[in-house]
Design a protein. Structure first.
Length: 258
């Protein structure tokens, strides 16, 4: 009797670490909903901006501190570049591989009941990567205008006017589309003190990068993971380790354990 009670107690302790409560469980359909919501918001805003405005300032949302400013970039998040035309293809293929891996990984961590916060952060990062991947893979084929690589000048060439959808060949080809950015937060504009070396007297702006909803989703996911990683992984670090003790003593329901 006592042995059975001990086994039941051990099983209960293990289950409290391995099986989160119902309020902590994230179902796969909820993860899909989060990803779909971000993708839809990201693509709707991008398509609206691209088909209604030329590149440049669009409008002030909150004074001059939050603006919609339409730019296109061929490279990484936040407008960073990654080499020339070959770099563009490599980056797009890397994004594609990351999304394929992310699809498998998200399904795995949901199935294994990882911490809810960790799953949500992974979904945010995945949605951001997929949002920018859509631009890179298809925008060059479905729009008649866009920033593209010009081999004559060995650089990416901007365009003028407003883009529109086309079924007769776009501004580029598969994997060569440019990413649409529009969110701009120039919160502080000032000048570096003259006594500072190298940058003294030069203009300073925070926050200067122009980005999109997909970039923001990636950044929120990564930053939240870094800030709350101890909480997200506490369940697995604190799992008790049960060692097996060998004994020659016969154990049965008739034997009392003192």
């Amino acid at each position: 009797m006592v042995v059975n009670e001990l086994k039941a107690t051990i099983s209960l302790v293990q289950s409290s670490y391995l099986c989160p409560s119902n309020s902590e469980i994230v179902k796969l359909r909820n993860v899909v909903f989060i990803i779909a919501l971000i993708i839809i918001a990201d693509q709707v805003l991008k398509i609206w901006i691209k088909t209604h405005y030329p590149t440049g300032p669009v409008t002030n949302v909150i004074g001059t501190k939050f603006q919609l400013y339409f730019v296109e970039n061929s490279g990484m998040a936040w407008g960073w570049k990654f080499g020339n035309e070959i770099g563009k293809i490599v980056l797009t293929l890397f994004r594609l591989a990351a999304v394929i891996f992310g699809t498998w990984y998200l399904a795995r961590i949901v199935k294994n009941n990882y911490h809810k916060g960790f799953i949500i952060c992974a979904a945010l990062i995945y949605a951001g990567a997929l949002g920018n991947l859509i631009d890179s893979m298809f925008y060059g084929m479905i729009f008649d205008k866009g920033m593209h690589y010009n081999r004559l000048i060995h650089d990416f060439e901007p365009y003028s006017g407003v883009a529109s959808f086309t079924l007769h060949g776009g501004y580029s080809s598969f994997l060569h589309g440019s990413v649409v950015d529009m969110l701009y937060f120039p919160l502080i504009r000032s000048t570096f003190p003259s006594w500072l070396p190298f940058v003294g007297g030069k203009e300073f702006e925070f926050f200067s990068p122009i980005f999109n909803i997909a970039d923001a989703s990636i950044s929120v996911g990564v930053i939240t993971l870094l800030v709350f990683q101890k909480r997200f992984f506490k369940r697995y670090r604190n799992m008790p380790v049960h060692s097996t003790v060998e004994t020659s003593t016969e154990v049965s329901d008739k034997v009392q354990v003192s």
